[in-house]
Write a protein that binds this ligand. Structure first.
Ligand code: GLN
Ligand code: ZN
Length: 761
């Protein structure tokens, strides 16, 4: 318990492999191409390399047990012996773990959801009346041993009991899992003694939930749990890590307990409350001053100034990243295509470790010791400030002019009348969310273009052939508002980022999204502008093939921000407006080209919601403002749709109405009634398409089933406002499933039109 304080560390690191080695190995294992030994060999190699690099860079405490075959919450469920009973029959341990994560022919997987406000998804543990807890420390002990044998100053990391329970899901009638906190704390006590026995000097216990408003009594719970764990005699020194925001009242609660170190996120939280917590004077403060989840180079001067304000408040200050660098790519090294200026503004995982080490040296030896690093950081800051790509006066003045004039459209009734005259749709119009299956041919064409095996004319020809097929299919099915199917889009954000000024794509900037799935988010570094139309050629080609209206398909500004790495030198609201202006220009070009219906997708509207309630309204205001900026340029006769991928609106329901779209399609995984009742409760009066079938499953729903959903919906919403559509885009489905499901969907709409009393065709 009297371990030496450490001075430089990171809270965790990427684990998928610098070249996505773990992704390839796990997928090969799942496909039966390699055995478990080979998978384990890849995993051990990645751990060894990661630790060696962190130690060689100069960290004096290295996180271990941050490796995962799938997810750290699932690892924690295993650690606590809390996997659901339905996987218990899988004899092999690793297969049982993967069954919990992914399911198999007989076993439904656990749910997956977003990890705080990041784009990482965790596996949601289930706590039911039959759940028991029993310590299973094999993984953490094995990683500790492996690291120690390698000579690494290893610090095991586990997710803490408060975060684990508050992020778990109650099942089978169990009350909210947090009621089991006392019982679970006992298991953590056993864990701490096992770690002490194994020679761990420090343990990091992650409690990011303390920066949220998920539970009002979280600070009291923190005091209770850590007083108890801190009071144990046989334990390593305890470092409780909070991250993703300001711990607020939880900071003094933690400081009142006997834990030795407390981590605070000084990038997304503030230094304000630190001086007000006198108990910190006996603690190590682990200051997260290097941004662990965005890719910008740290301004070392600014970070040193921040550190200076907290130095007097703690017994010792260690420098760290704000959170695990799991959320950023491994290293800048493969990014050889960037110009020097751009490259100098960035720091990926490996570069962030160097920043931490430089800052810690500056604290220990004085800033002269890292004069060179500070000089380079200052040069990068100056270059970024003065780069003309970050200041497009035309874009800025256009936004100011438009927002000053207001982003209102005509009244809902005026629009409804104008659109009815133009579109002549039947009651209960049928449509889809945008994408059709991404077929093998589409993927082949994209790969061939990238490999320069075909030229862009040939690529365009093949995409047009896909569009023609999709239009013919929709005509044959009898849908009312058609789509072009999005064959040309690899990803709904990347597609736009590639065409807009102010973005760049990385060569190897992969980050784990969930399990073996990785994404390569674009980097939004400068002022955003649209040099040319992005979608009109595809949309007008599709429209030329049919007399039915074809819906133009765009991604909204909030979603583009949410799935990119975004510049941190101006408020997000300003950046959102720049993206919105580009989308607005696109809606106007689509309108000019004769497209009468335009959908602007905002599936990420809820994801970016701030973790603290006090910050949410300001976010919703700018998010709604950006959406309206992007959609309010068109005439009243042009119909604006939006699509959101969820049905549990919670705090964002008012914002959905404020988007002021003409038609909103949503998931309706719960019942239609509930979704529509929620909307009715806030006086939502627009068109609404609660998904009549779940596209996440290959099952083909029957006509009767979907007709029953429509009847149910008509109890809550008048026929004049109801649309008929699936839950989400169809790109992950097979063409035959889609054809059968949409045929039944159209039949259900027709049947309901014919039989429902309120409808006269
Ligand atoms: N238009 C997109 C599609 O159909 C929407 C995807 C989404 O909501 N995530 O694929
Ligand atoms: Zn969706």
């Amino acid at each position: 318990m009297t371990a030496q304080p450490f001075t430089a560390t990171v809270l965790g690191s990427p684990r998928i492999g610098p070249r996505r080695e773990l992704k390839r190995a796990t997928e090969s294992y799942w496909a039966g191409r390699i055995g478990q030994d080979e998978l384990q060999k890849v995993a051990a190699g990645l751990r060894r390399d990661t630790w060696a690099q962190l130690a060689a860079a100069g960290l004096d405490s290295v996180p271990v047990n941050t490796f995962s075959y799938y997810d750290q919450m699932l690892d924690t469920a295993v650690l606590l012996g809390a996997l659901p009973a339905r996987v218990a029959g899988v004899a092999d341990e690793l297969d049982r773990y993967f069954a919990a994560a992914r399911g198999n022919a007989d076993i439904a997987p656990l749910e997956m959801t977003k990890w705080f406000d990041t784009n990482y998804h965790y596996i949601v543990p289930e706590i039911g009346p039959d759940t028991t807890f029993a310590l299973n420390p094999a993984k953490v002990l094995a990683e500790l041993k492996e690291a120690v044998e390698q000579g690494i100053p290893a610090r095991p990391v586990v997710i803490g009991p408060i975060t684990f329970l508050l992020l778990s899901k109650a099942v089978d009638g169990s009350p909210a899992p947090i009621f089991r906190l006392d019982e679970l704390t006992d298991v953590y006590a056993q864990l701490l003694s096992a770690l002490a026995e194994a020679g761990a000097e420090w343990v990091q216990i992650d409690e990011p939930v303390l920066v949220t408003d998920v539970a009002a009594d979280a600070p009291a719970l923190a005091e209770q749990v850590y007083a108890r764990l801190g009071g144990l005699s046989n334990r390593p020194s305890i470092f409780v890590a909070t991250y993703f925001g300001d711990p607020g009242a939880a900071l003094s609660s933690l400081a009142a307990t006997p834990v030795e170190a407390i981590g605070v996120d000084l990038v997304y939280g503030s230094t304000d409350s630190i001086a007000a917590v006198p108990e910190l004077a006996s603690k190590v403060l682990v200051a997260g001053v290097v941004d662990g989840r965005n890719i910008w180079r740290t301004d070392l001067e600014a970070a040193l100034a921040k550190l200076a304000t907290v130095l007097g408040s703690a017994a010792a200050v260690a420098v760290s990243t704000s959170c695990s660098t799991l959320h950023v790519p491994y290293s800048l090294e493969p990014e050889t295509g960037l110009d020097d200026a751009l490259r100098s503004w960035l720091a990926f995982g490996a570069e962030k470790v160097n920043e931490v080490v430089s800052l810690a040296r500056a604290l220990a030896e004085g800033r002269e010791a890292v004069a060179e690093q500070i000089h380079a950081s200052n040069a990068a800051v100056a270059s970024r400030k003065s780069d003309p790509r970050l200041n497009n006066a035309d874009v800025r003045s256009r936004i100011a002019t438009i927002t000053a004039a207001g982003t209102h459209r005509g009244s809902a009734e005026t629009r409804r009348a104008a659109q009815a005259d133009r579109l002549h749709l039947p009651p209960l119009p049928t449509t889809t969310i945008g994408s059709f299956p991404q077929t093998v041919d589409i993927r082949k064409a994209r790969a061939a273009l990238a490999a320069e095996e075909i030229d862009s004319a040939e690529y365009t020809r093949r995409m047009k052939a896909e569009i023609a097929d999709v239009i013919a299919l929709q005509e044959q099915l009898g849908l009312d508002v058609l789509v072009h199917g999005e064959p040309e889009r690899n990803d709904m954000v990347q597609y736009f980022a590639e065409q807009l000024e102010g973005f760049f794509a990385t060569a190897n900037g992969w980050v784990q999204s969930y399990g073996s799935r990785c994404v390569r988010p674009p980097v939004l570094f400068g002022d955003v502008a649209r040099p040319h139309p992005m979608t009109t050629a595809w949309a007008t080609y599709a429209q030329s093939l049919t007399d039915k209206p074809v819906k133009g398909m765009l991604t909204g500004p909030v979603t583009i921000l949410a799935w990119s790495f975004v510049r941190d030198d101006q408020p997000l609201a300003d950046t959102a407006n720049q993206v919105a202006l580009a989308i607005r220009d696109e809606t106007l070009d689509l309108e000019k080209a004769g497209i009468a219906v335009i959908q602007v997708d905002e599936p990420a509207l809820r994801e970016l919601l701030p973790l603290r309630k006090a910050d949410q309204q300001a976010y919703l205001d700018w998010a709604v403002g950006a959406f309206r900026l992007s959609t309010s340029g068109v005439s009243d006769a042009t119909q604006i749709h939006t699509h959101l991928c969820y049905s549990e609106f919670g705090e964002v329901i008012g914002a959905i109405a404020d988007l002021d779209a003409d038609v909103t399609s949503l998931e309706a995984a719960r019942s239609h009634m509930e979704v529509l009742d929620d909307l009715n409760a806030i006086g939502f009066a627009g068109g609404v398409g609660p998904g009549v079938y779940d596209i996440h499953s290959p099952r083909v729903p029957s006509t009767d089933e979907m007709a029953a959903s429509l009847r149910e919906a008509l109890n809550a919403v008048p026929a004049q406002r109801l649309w008929v559509n699936p839950d989400c885009g169809l790109k992950t489905r097979k063409t035959d499933e889609v054809t059968a499901s949409l045929a039944n969907m159209v039949a259900a709409a027709r049947k309901t039109r014919a039989t429902h009393a309120g409808i006269k065709s």
